[in-house]
Design a protein around this ligand. Structure first.
Ligand SMILES: *Cc1c(COP(=O)(O)O)cnc(C)c1O
Length: 373
């Protein structure tokens, strides 16, 4: 006998009732929007200023160790990242046991959330801040507690301290903040940390640490030393130019680091990423010269924007933030048409990465035209 498919079913006979069940939280979750690659128009260069990447290609010395390691990709990498932890421990003056590496610091941040917060627990962070925070909190089954930024686009640490309840398990502090570039100074950070209960983990996300030139901003590594509930997150994706290899790490006291490792995937950081990260620490002077050049470009971009008449706050990261409100989409489209892709955030504003000098100049030309409109 021939089977006929009922209307609304496919050949396999599945219908809505046959779709695998997923956790209800997934229905509420937006999809992470990564910065778009540039649209390439004929005869015109296109630049990506939408993902805070480093515009410089890999150093020849880093390129070489990666190429050499390709010959061993039939083998699993070292699951303990022992050599990388050793090198990072020496670099930062901390025990190697305090280093936990992962596939980008985003992944380490997610391990921290999973390790601390579940159903009914709360995670506090500033908003707008890094887009991945609310997603990883929702995925863990916990409740995101976003605390609006102040009018000067910086963290409202008083409001964040006031948002702590007995269900708070973790607090993200993004310094400098993505996407606004604003920083927190030492005294205000310490005052805040003094108000956080000792059993709540504070994650200092310092993805852009190497771009900071404001001396009032503390180094998270100094802060964590005598505060067992503080973790520092760093990445090789931005200043060190290894975004494509996915490697970042936490610096945490042993009790925290041990739990954090349990929440990670075995063999997460691949061999190419491990050797590239180790070589990058070895070539740090050369890499930081490039960072210095980008900081110089940042100064040029900020000063030019101010001259053009924009109201902007200082940025200590490798991007600048324009609060454009409902004109956000219009500005992003205008830049794209001129050959630079920027990162719009709803009807709040655009984040523009400091990239190649030519790209920064195209962006500035668009900004000058836009403010005249
Ligand atoms: C880019 C970024 C990271 C790190 O990303 P990975 O590539 O996963 O290391 C972490 N936090 C913030 C705020 C970032 O902007």
């Amino acid at each position: 006998m021939t089977q006929h498919n009922a209307p609304g079913t496919d050949a396999a006979g599945t219908d809505a009732a046959g779709i695998p069940k997923f956790r209800a939280v997934l229905a509420e979750m937006p999809i992470y929007k990564a910065g778009r690659p540039p649209a390439v128009a004929e005869g015109m260069p296109a630049y990506k200023l939408s993902s805070n990447e480093n515009p410089y290609p890999p150093l020849p010395s880093v390129h070489k160790v990666v190429a050499d390691a390709v010959g061993e990709i039939n083998r699993y990498p070292d699951p303990t990242n022992a050599e990388l932890a050793q090198v990072l421990g020496e670099r930062f003056g901390v025990p190697a046991s305090h280093i936990v590496a992962g596939t980008g610091s985003v992944s380490v941040a997610q391990q921290l959330v999973i390790a601390t917060a579940g159903e009914g627990d709360e995670v506090v962070f500033a908003w707008r801040s890094f887009e991945a925070y609310p997603l990883m909190v929702l995925l863990a089954g916990a409740k995101p507690v976003p605390v609006p930024l102040l009018a000067d686009e910086s963290h409202d640490l008083d409001a964040m301290a006031a948002a702590i309840t007995d269900r708070t398990r973790l607090i993200f502090v993004c310094n400098p903040n993505n996407p606004t570039g604003t920083v927190i100074h030492r005294a205000e950070l310490e005052r805040f940390l003094d108000r956080v209960p000792r059993d709540v983990l504070v994650v200092l996300d310092e993805a852009y640490r190497e771009f900071i030139r404001d001396e009032r901003v503390p180094d998270g590594v100094d802060i964590y030393r005598d505060r067992p509930n503080v973790v520092v997150l760093r990445t090789f994706s931005k200043a060190y130019g290894l975004a494509g290899l996915r490697v970042g790490f936490a610096i945490a006291h042993e009790a925290v680091a041990d739990e954090l490792r349990k929440a990670g995937m075995p063999f997460a950081v691949n061999r190419l990423a491990q050797v590239a990260a180790i070589a990058s620490i070895g070539a740090e002077d050369e890499l930081l010269e490039r960072v210095e050049a980008l900081v110089g470009e940042r100064t040029r971009v900020l000063e030019t924007l101010i001259t053009q008449g924009w109201t902007i706050f200082d940025s200590q990261a490798n991007f600048v933030w324009l609060r454009l409100g409902e004109r956000t989409g219009e500005f992003a489209a205008m830049c794209e048409a001129a050959g630079v892709t920027v990162r719009p955030f709803g009807d709040e504003g655009c984040r523009i990465t400091i990239g190649e000098t030519e790209a920064n100049t195209i962006f500035l030309e668009q900004a000058a035209q836009f403010i005249q409109r």
